[in-house]
Design a protein around this ligand. Structure first.
Ligand code: ADP
Ligand code: ZN
Ligand code: ZN
Length: 710
């Protein structure tokens, strides 16, 4: 008797493991990764086949129920992806069916049967007929395109399609990719060395590519991908955002015509299905997309690239709460692919691994285009205030904006507005209030007229005078992008100004429209939140202004300094990417802070040298692991006591329990939220604890390695 292990596609206690079934009595084959309908109790349920003839093969238990129906004839998932589901379940403590769902996008999961393979052009095409030629051209420029789409775009009838297929001009399902154009650039010696090192590395090996902004990291990726395609294998490139995926798409498509598949959730469902199957069938060799693209069903994966590897957006906030970088590492191991993490501002975790020899370490210390990095100007806002200047824009920033506008160059004004939490900053000495135990910034709560630590719930009254310098000008701190935009219009009414934040970029396609407007030079000043800091390549920007560096520096998060370093460095990296040199103006009340001085010089190693001992002393990652337990309830008392019980249950010799404390966003969607943060040197006790808490109490939700503490 042949058997299969099936995971039921339902999140329920008792179903969090595979169940054994017999193959259907009628002899239907059951492919690995296929969806099946199976009897469950008195009803039927849908599940996924995760193994065939597995553990039960030798002594099949009697009375095994047969699978009722096989829903997919082609196997849906390659084997390495199935193994990833089990990894995700263990590593981030979630339900097996949640992990499996992450592997296949919803439109593919909903599909009754897989779409027909796409069309490919052969030879010169038909000699006559504008519709025929239009259809042929459409397919030629987009190999593997869906037949229905190609017809709709060109107005060709079904008869014309049949005719071209019969005449051999068009074929289905063959990978007749156009030849790769040869590289137009000659790599620098550093780039060449990086490419050689990775290519010479063993299967499954991992590399950190640490290169300043504009150092040519993307060119290194392109070269590595070309080599991977030449071996007949595929590559996945992860980017932190959908908007950045769209920015980069043209560059990859130009280098690998007809072979690039785009994976993201903002595309039409039919396109997502097409792209998924193009990759599944090996017709597209390069996948580009945000974190979920790590699950692209490549049949023979050879290379995984995580660009801007430090970005918190690689962490999924809903179950399964995976980190795409960690998933990529496991997938590289399972499939024998090489893994490259690229960034100008590594996460401390990746930097530590590279500097201790756990991974390969490659550096690109110089920019390729303009020889120099932007000139940094750190403005001491305490001095501005002392001199009687109370405006949002300091004198140096106003002067620099005026000069750039006069030279018809573009300006980006950058404000990190994570909103919500407000810190307290002294306007005279720059001091921000910190928790004595956890070293994270204290957060002001107007209702209590107090400041709180969101890790351990340490509470103090809001001080009347600064504990550092005795000044009375110590108060809460925060500005919004709208206020910045108003200020710009007031000073430079003639300048064409755009604003890019969560409000203006809410609609599909609005990213692209706004960034195109700016790139085309149809605007002078762009005011934006952190999304403008990421990877964008705008050659006419010569000035970047960081309006309030302290907002990031005082986030209630142990990564606040790291985030400040990253955001300032990345934002500064947008300046001077073209012919003309750039300037970056950083406004801060903490001009001597190492995160700011190191970011101004784009000197990661300096930042790393100072930050690492702090992390080590307090047991924060990479020197320990964290588990965030969140208790949510309709009533505040319920949430607090629930969290209190969780904290008591968490106590143990291997862990440190902080809290319970109200979450920085105390109420979210009508529910009160309390946090308990558990620290441990090793991950294992935290995973066991997470499993236990989650199984015992459904109102507790656990996050392993939280990236966002709000
Ligand atoms: P990064 O990804 O590190 O920000 P890019 O790969 O985007 O850097 O390179 C920055 C700019 O320099 C791009 O316009 C790119 O085309 C150009 N560039 C990269 N490598 C070279 C090279 N070897 N020779 C000339 N120009 C290069
Ligand atoms: Zn002070
Ligand atoms: Zn604390």
């Amino acid at each position: 008797m042949r058997t299969a292990l099936v995971v039921i596609d339902r999140v329920a206690r008792g179903l969090d493991r595979p169940f054994s079934y017999a193959w259907p009595a009628d002899g239907t084959t059951v492919p690995l990764g296929a969806r099946v309908r199976v009897p469950l109790g008195r009803r039927e349920a849908v599940g996924v086949v995760v193994a065939t003839d597995a553990a039960v093969a030798d002594s099949p238990p009697t009375g095994l129920k047969p699978i009722a129906a096989v829903l997919d004839r082609e196997p849906v998932l390659p084997e390495d992806l199935l193994a990833l589901a089990f990894f995700i379940r263990e590593r981030w403590v979630c339900h097996l069916s949640q992990a499996l769902r992450a592997l296949v996008p919803a439109p593919v999961r909903r599909l009754e049967s897989p779409p027909l393979p796409g069309l490919y052009a052969v030879g010169e095409g038909p000699a006559r007929g504008p519709r025929r030629q239009a259809l042929f051209q459409r397919v030629l420029t987009d190999p593997g395109v869906d037949a229905g789409r190609a017809r709709a775009d060109t107005g060709a009838s079904a008869a014309i399609l049949r005719e071209l297929e019969a005449a051999g001009h068009l074929r289905r399902g063959e990978h007749v990719c156009p030849p790769l154009p040869s590289a137009v650039l000659t790599l620098t010696a550093e780039q060449e060395a990086a490419v050689c090192a990775v290519r010479a590395g063993a299967a499954g090996s991992e590399w950190l590519l640490e290169g300043v902004t504009g150092s040519g990291k993307t060119e290194v990726y392109l070269e590595l991908i070309a080599a991977t395609l030449a071996e007949g294998r595929q590559a996945i490139v992860l980017l932190p955002e959908i908007s950045l995926t769209e920015e980069m798409r043209a560059r990859y498509q130009a280098r690998f015509p007809g072979r690039v598949a785009i994976f993201h959730s903002a595309m039409a469902e039919s396109t997502r299905v097409q792209e998924w199957y193009r990759v599944r069938r090996g017709a597209a060799g390069v996948v580009l997309g945000p974190r979920s693209a790590v699950f692209a069903p490549c049949p023979a994966l050879g290379l995984l690239i995580v660009d801007e590897e430090h970005e918190p957006s690689y962490k999924q906030e809903e179950h399964p709460r995976y980190h795409a970088r960690e998933v990529a590492r496991e997938r590289a191991r399972l499939s024998g692919a090489r893994l490259v993490l690229g960034t100008a501002t590594p996460s401390l975790e990746s930097a530590y691994r590279a500097r201790t020899g756990a991974t390969g370490f490659l550096r690109l210390p110089e920019r390729v285009t303009v020889q120099t990095l932007p000139e940094p100007v750190i403005v001491d806002m305490r001095q501005e205030l002392a001199d009687g200047h109370r405006e949002m824009f300091s004198r140096p920033l106003k002067r620099a904006i005026g000069d750039a506008l006069a030279r018809h160059e573009q300006v980006v004004l950058f404000l990190n507005r994570r909103g919500y939490a407000t810190s307290v900053v002294c306007r005279d000495c720059g001091l921000s209030l910190k928790c004595p135990q956890c070293a994270v910034s204290l957060t002001y709560h107007r209702g209590r007229s107090a400041v709180l630590c969101h890790y351990c719930f340490h509470e103090e009254p809001l001080p009347v005078v600064c504990p550092g310098c005795g000044s009375t000008r110590i108060r809460s701190f925060g500005v919004g992008t709208e206020q910045v935009e108003e200020e710009v219009r007031r000073h430079w009414p003639a300048a064409r100004t755009l604003r890019a934040d969560a409000d203006t970029l809410r609609f599909r396609g609005s990213h692209q429209a706004l960034f195109d407007t700016f790139r085309n030079g149809d605007a002078d000043i762009l005011v934006g939140t952190q999304m403008v800091a990421k990877g964008m390549d705008w050659p006419f920007v010569t000035l970047v202004g960081i309006v309030a560096a302290d907002i990031t520096l005082t986030l209630p998060d142990f990564r606040a300094a790291e985030r400040a370093f990253q955001l300032i460095t990345q934002a500064a990296g947008r300046a001077g990417r073209g012919e003309r040199p750039g300037t970056v103006v950083i406004q801060t009340y903490n001009p001597e802070h190492y995160a700011i001085t190191a970011a101004a010089r784009q000197d990661f190693s300096h930042f790393y040298a100072i930050e690492t001992p702090f992390r080590e002393a307090l047991g924060y990652p990479p020197f320990g692991s964290l588990l965030l337990v969140e208790a949510a309830a309709a009533g505040e008392d319920d949430a607090r006591s629930l969290a209190g019980r969780a904290a008591a249950a968490a106590e143990g010799s291997e862990v440190t329990v902080l809290g319970p404390a109200p979450a920085p966003l105390e109420r979210l969607r009508g529910r009160y939220r309390y946090h308990v943060l558990v620290k441990a040197k090793d991950l294992q006790p935290l995973l066991q604890l997470g499993e236990r808490l989650q199984a015992e109490e459904p109102r507790l939700s656990v996050t392993v390695d939280p990236q966002n503490m709000l």
